[in-house]
Write a protein that binds this ligand. Structure first.
Ligand SMILES: Cc1cc2nc3c(=O)[nH]c(=O)nc-3n(C[C@H](O)[C@H](O)[C@H](O)COP(=O)(O)OP(=O)(O)OC[C@H]3O[C@@H](n4cnc5c(N)ncnc54)[C@H](O)[C@@H]3O)c2cc1C
Length: 491
C-alpha cells in the first residue's frame, strides 16, 4: 500500500513537524439518531466498567471483583475470551523466561491454565517444548507454550466471572463514552434491548482496538507510523480427522531444512508449498504453513492466512478482509487434501468468528513503552509483570517475508504500570493489546499470557483506586505491588 493510501485509510492526521502521526482523537464521537432513547438501567450502575471480554478484560474484571469492586464486563460477542475463543487463536505463547527455566507469568493466567487442565482443556506448559508439533516445530521463542481447547476456555472464563460476581453483558457493542468534562463516567452500548447506558466510577478499555480511549478523546497512533505499516491480519482455523502420526512422519525428516532467508521463513511443509506453487495452486503470502497440534490428538490449529494492510477500525476494509480470509482458508484446505500426507481426510472444524487482528490503534499515554526496554531487559520500578515473549512483528517486510524478529538480551523484561495510563482522560485505564507501547513493543506483549497479566494489573489498580477514591495516576505503586504479589503475580 502506498504511504498516502495508508494514512488516508487509517484516518491519520499528520501534524506538521510532529514526530509520529497521531490518529485524530474522536471529539463528537457519536450522534444519536433522531427519536432514539438511551435507557439507563439501575442494574448497570457499577464501580468499574470493563469494555472488552478478551483475555485482558476477563482478568481485569475478575481481579477487581475479587477485591470487592462491583464490576460490569461488556463484550460485543457471545462469549468471553476474545481472540483466544472467537478468533480460535492459540496456543498461549510462552509464560516462561527466555532460558525456559522458570514460569514467570502466573497469577490469573496460571489459574486459567490449571482450571483448563482440570477439565481436560489444556496441556501444562512445563511439558511443551519448542521444536515440537505443539509449536509448529518452530524452535525459536516458542518454548513452553500452552495448547488449549477454545470451547472449554469459554466455560472456564464464564465460571471465573460468575464466581467473582462480575456482571457480564454479551452481544453489546460499546458506542460512546459518557463524559463529564475530562472524566469518563461510563459508556453507551448498542445491546439487544436497544441503546443502553452503563454508569461507572472507573472504566477499563480492553477492546484491543482502544475504542473507548479513542472515542473519549485520547490520542492514538495506528500501527507503526514510523515505518508506515500495520501487522497483517490472519483468519485462524481448526481441522480434525488428521492422521497425526503420518503428518508428524512427513514433517520430522525435513526439520534440518528449516531456515529463514531474506526475512522469509521456510519452515513447516515448505517443500509441499513449493510443489503447490509450481502447480499454480498456491497464491498465499507465505512459503510455509504454521500448523499446531491441539489438545485432542487429531485436532490441529492453522495460522497461515495472511492479509496485509487491514484496518480493523474501518468497517468496509475489515469486511473485505473477512471474505478474503475465508477464501484463503478454502485454498489451504485444498492444499492439505491434495498435498499433505495425513491430511487427505482432514475436516474443517471451523474458522474464527472474528478476523485475527494483530495490530490496530496504540493508545497514547504520557509514557510510551519503547521496544528497546524489552530488548535490554529493563526492570521498571513500577513493573506489573515479567515476560520473555519475543519481539515478533509479523509480515514486517510485506509479501511472504516473515517477522521482524528481535531477540531479547536478558532472560526477561518488564512492563510498567505507567503504560496503562492514557493521557488526557481521567478515570480510565488500559489493558491488553492497546496499552501505550510502540508498535514493536506491542508486537511482544500483545500475546495472551502478558495480556492476561496486564489485565490483572489494570483490574487490581482500579479496585485499589476505587477504595481509596483516587485517580489511577496517583496510585502508590507499593500498594499495587503488594496486591499483585498476593494475587500470584511474579514481579
Ligand atoms: C492472528 C493472530 C495470531 C495470534 N497468535 C497468538 C498465539 O499463538 N498465542 C498467543 O498467546 N497470542 C496470540 N495472538 C495474540 C492474542 O490473541 C491477542 O493479542 C490477545 O487476545 C489480546 O488480548 P486483548 O484482551 O487485548 O484483546 P482481544 O483478545 O482482541 O479481546 C478484545 C475483546 O473486546 C471486544 N470488543 C472490541 N470492541 C468492542 C466494542 N466496541 N464493544 C464491546 N466489545 C468490544 C471484542 O469482541 C473482544 O472480545 C494472536 C493474535 C492474532 C490476531
Amino acid at each position: 500500500m502506498k504511504r498516502r493510501e495508508f494514512l488516508t485509510k487509517a484516518g491519520m492526521m499528520v501534524a506538521a513537524g510532529a514526530a509520529a502521526p497521531l490518529l485524530e482523537s474522536c471529539k463528537s464521537s457519536w450522534i444519536l439518531p433522531a427519536g432514539a432513547e438511551i435507557k439507563a438501567k439501575e442494574s448497570y450502575a457499577c464501580d468499574l466498567l470493563v469494555v472488552g471480554g478478551g483475555p485482558s478484560g476477563v482478568c481485569a474484571a475478575v481481579a477487581a471483583a475479587r477485591l470487592g469492586a462491583k464490576v460490569m464486563l461488556v463484550d460485543s460477542g457471545n462469549c468471553l475470551g476474545g481472540m483466544g475463543t472467537k478468533g480460535l487463536v492459540g496456543p498461549f505463547m510462552t509464560c516462561y523466561d527466555a532460558k525456559g527455566e522458570n514460569m514467570i507469568i502466573r497469577g490469573l493466567f496460571e489459574e486459567v491454565v490449571d482450571r483448563l487442565i482440570e477439565v481436560g482443556g489444556a496441556i501444562h506448559p512445563s511439558v511443551i517444548r519448542q521444536g515440537t508439533e505443539f509449536t509448529a516445530w518452530i524452535s525459536e521463542g516458542h518454548d513452553h507454550c500452552t495448547p488449549f481447547d477454545p470451547e472449554l476456555l469459554k466455560v472456564v472464563y464464564d465460571h471465573m466471572c460468575r464466581e467473582a460476581g462480575v456482571k457480564v453483558l454479551y452481544n453489546s457493542v460499546f458506542a460512546s463514552p459518557v463524559m463529564k468534562g475530562d472524566r469518563i463516567r461510563g459508556g453507551i452500548f448498542l445491546t439487544p434491548s436497544g441503546l443502553e447506558r452503563a454508569d461507572a466510577r472507573m472504566v477499563i478499555d480492553a477492546t484491543g482496538d482502544g475504542t473507548v480511549a479513542f472515542r473519549a478523546g485520547v490520542p492514538c497512533v495506528f500501527g507503526d507510523p514510523a515505518n508506515n505499516r500495520v501487522q497483517p491480519a490472519s483468519l485462524f482455523f481448526r481441522m480434525n480427522n488428521v492422521d497425526t502420526c503420518r503428518l508428524i512422519g512427513e514433517v520430522v525428516p525435513h526439520l534440518p531444512e528449516f531456515r529463514r532467508v531474506n526475512g522469509v521463513s521456510y519452515r513447516c511443509l515448505h517443500w509441499r508449498v513449493a510443489e503447490a506453487e509450481a502447480a499454480g495452486e498456491w497464491d498465499l503470502a507465505r512459503k510455509s504453513v504454521n500448523i499446531w497440534r491441539s489438545v485432542e490428538k487429531d485436532q490441529w490449529v492453522v495460522n497461515c492466512t495472511r492479509i496485509h494492510g487491514v484496518d480493523a477500525t474501518d468497517a468496509e476494509n475489515l469486511s473485505a478482509a473477512e471474505e478474503e480470509g475465508r477464501r484463503q482458508v478454502q485454498e489451504l484446505m485444498h492444499f492439505f487434501h491434495k498435498y499433505v500426507p495425513g491430511c487427505e481426510r482432514a475436516t474443517l472444524m471451523g474458522t474464527g468468528s472474528v478476523m485475527g487482528i494483530r495490530e490496530s490503534r496504540h493508545v497514547q499515554g504520557d509514557f510510551v513503552l519503547p521496544v528497546e526496554s524489552l530488548i535490554e531487559g529493563v526492570m521498571y520500578d513500577d513493573r506489573i509483570l515479567l515476560s520473555a515473549n519475543s519481539i515478533d512483528v509479523h509480515g514486517a517486510m510485506g509479501g511472504p517475508a516473515g517477522g521482524l524478529y528481535m531477540p531479547i538480551q536478558k532472560d526477561k523484561y518488564s512492563v510498567p504500570y505507567r503504560a496503562l495510563l492514557p493521557s488526557r482522560v481521567k478515570g480510565l485505564l488500559l489493558a491488553g493489546r492497546c496499552i501505550s507501547a510502540d508498535s514493536a513493543a506491542a508486537g511482544a506483549i500483545r500475546v495472551m499470557p502478558p495480556a492476561m497479566a496486564i489485565g490483572q494489573a489494570a483490574g487490581t489498580a482500579a479496585a485499589l483506586c476505587l477504595k481509596a477514591g483516587i485517580e489511577p495516576a496517583s496510585l502508590d505503586y507499593a500498594d499495587l505491588r503488594d496486591a499483585l504479589l498476593k494475587g500470584g503475580a511474579c514481579l
